[in-house]
Structures are given as structure tokens and as C-alpha cells.
Ligand binder design. Structure first.
Ligand code: ZN
Length: 134
């Protein structure tokens, strides 16, 4: 079992940042050969997802569709901080993803990447990777 925490700076209100290299780095640092890397985001207005990184339009479309489904609007939400849309998007996307690895390498599909998802940026954020296996 090994654990690594990464700091990340986001640049927009909504953003998906490819963190696959950092997850792979945590797996490599663990020295383990096979198991699962759990990526966990300890924030209520951010999340983590796995999706395509080959065509950047996919990231654009995911952000646009989430924004369409969960718009920022006045007078609808109760939460006084005013960022309820970001909280809802965070719950839809989720705070954790499990990424399997074998032979010391992530076994993601050809087009898959792990994305840190910002929904109320720009901010300084962090995420943690717990690596378990043998
Ligand atoms: Zn809030």
C-alpha cells in the first residue's frame, strides 16, 4: 500500500485536466506490480472521471453538456455560497475512480485518460492516489 498526494492548479471555472501521468507516477513509486490505484478528490466542487483524451472535443463536450444539464442560475438554488451548480456536478462526476494496473502499468483502454474535473475554479486543488496490490 502506497499513497501520494498531488497539488494541482486549475485555470478556469470548468476544466478537465489529464492527470494520467501522475496516477502512473504513483503506481511506479509504489513498486507494486498489479493492483488498483484509487484516485480520490477531497473537494466538494471538483471530481475525477475517466474519459477520452485523444480528441479534445470530447472534454469540451462533457463540460458543455454538464453545464447545460446543471446551469449556474440565480434564484433556483438555496446554498448561500452561490456555487450549487458546481456541487451538483461534483456529485454527478464523483470523488473517486479506481484504475487497475498490471506489470506496473495502468491498464486503461486505448482512448482512456484520468481527468481531474474542476467545477468552481480557478483554484488550488489536490488529489490523492492510493495504490494497493502486490
Ligand atoms: Zn458551496
Amino acid at each position: 500500500m502506497a499513497q501520494k498526494t498531488f497539488e494541482i492548479r486549475t485555470n478556469s471555472r470548468d476544466e478537465m485536466i489529464d492527470v494520467t501521468d501522475r496516477v502512473a507516477e504513483a503506481v511506479e513509486a509504489s513498486g507494486l506490480s498489479e493492483g488498483v490505484a484509487t484516485v480520490y478528490v477531497p473537494h466538494t466542487t471538483a471530481g475525477v472521471t475517466i474519459n477520452e483524451n485523444a480528441d479534445p472535443s470530447v472534454v469540451h463536450d462533457v463540460i458543455a453538456a454538464l453545464d447545460e444539464a446543471v446551469p449556474w442560475r440565480q434564484g433556483f438554488y438555496r446554498h448561500a455560497e452561490g456555487n450549487s451548480a458546481a456541487h451538483v456536478k461534483s456529485s454527478i462526476v464523483g470523488a473517486a475512480q479506481a484504475v487497475p494496473f498490471a506489470g506496473g502499468r495502468l491498464t486503461l483502454g486505448t482512448w482512456q485518460a484520468v481527468f481531474f474535473c474542476e467545477f468552481d475554479g480557478p483554484r488550488s486543488r489536490r488529489f490523492r492516489v492510493d495504490v494497493t496490490g502486490r
